[in-house]
Design a protein around this ligand. Structure first.
Ligand SMILES: [Zn+2]
Length: 281
């Protein structure tokens, strides 16, 4: 959001202000896309940076690159179709790092099956929604006693982080344990980060932060229990105000900035396509 911070815009991307909303970018809508591990979301944002329409589909990364790209294009075309004939001037995309934002590439490191980035032992591989879903699937597949079997109709492929959360809320010990372990891991990671950077506030976003006290309880316990007291003094731990929409707002802001800064070379109004060999037609 920093790119256009300081431009008052109500609840728009540019932040809140006492004045009425001002256009922060192009005269027409833009699209933002958040490519997540579990869901991909696309949104239409107006010239004030406000999300006016949103769609999401499962990412299903395990089906491979071409299938995912096909879903990306279909989703963007669906949202573009809802623009009601108004041309979409740019599309911003947010994706899990590491990224080369200038080149528009997701940088993929070489390596093992542990983390979606290719590395091993990263927090993303241990405590994300994707990780919780994977751990729950593995537990179900290995015959552990869990109501996930009933909730998923016995099909491990249907186990998502949300289903694990549902099971945890119903008191399923396995899923309560998975969410708690994820919270403790994030808490341990934060202890290290706070000791390094000594921040005044830590803001956490992402789907897992919607899991309530089953996640936040163990996280808080680990964080506050692990901090040197002087580092804990005055430290605030907040949940992101944008929830799991932060990626969408960021992507829309990127699209607005692209149009504002380089209107002559930005034209995403052509039909979006996928395929080898780059854009056609
Ligand atoms: Zn990683």
């Amino acid at each position: 959001m920093g790119a256009i911070a300081g431009r008052p815009g109500g609840d728009a991307v540019g932040g809140s202000g006492a004045e009425g909303p001002h256009p922060v970018g192009p005269s027409g809508p833009v699209m933002g896309m958040d490519l997540g591990g579990t869901y991909m979301r696309a949104a239409l944002a107006d010239e004030y940076g406000r999300i006016v329409l949103e769609r999401r589909v499962e990412t299903l990364a395990r089906e491979g690159r071409e299938a995912v790209l096909g879903r990306v294009v279909a989703l963007l075309n669906e949202v573009k179709g809802e623009a009601g004939g108004r041309g979409v001037s740019a599309v911003g995309v947010g994706a899990p790092g590491p990224l080369d934002p200038e080149a528009g590439h997701v940088v993929v490191e070489p390596g093992g099956p542990e983390c979606s980035c290719g590395g091993r032992g990263h927090l993303e591989a241990l405590a994300s929604g994707t990780a919780i879903a994977r751990q729950a699937r593995e537990a179900l597949s290995s015959g552990e006693d869990t109501i996930l079997g009933k909730l998923s109709g016995g099909d491990p492929e249907r186990v998502t982080a949300e289903l694990a959360h549902e099971a945890a809320l119903a008191g399923d010990p396995l899923c309560v344990g998975l969410l708690g372990a994820a919270g403790r891991r994030v808490g341990h990671a934060l202890v290290g980060l706070v000791h390094l950077f000594n921040p005044e506030v830590v803001v956490l976003g992402g789907g897992v932060t919607g899991a309530g006290d089953l996640f936040w309880g163990p996280l808080r316990e680990t964080l506050w229990g692990g901090l040197i007291p002087t580092f804990a003094e005055g430290l605030r731990l907040n949940k992101s105000a944008l929830g799991d929409h932060a990626g969408l707002y960021g992507a829309a802001a990127l699209a607005i900035r692209a149009v504002r800064d380089a209107p002559a070379i930005t034209d995403a109004s052509a039909e979006l396509r996928t395929g080898k060999g780059g854009p056609r037609g």
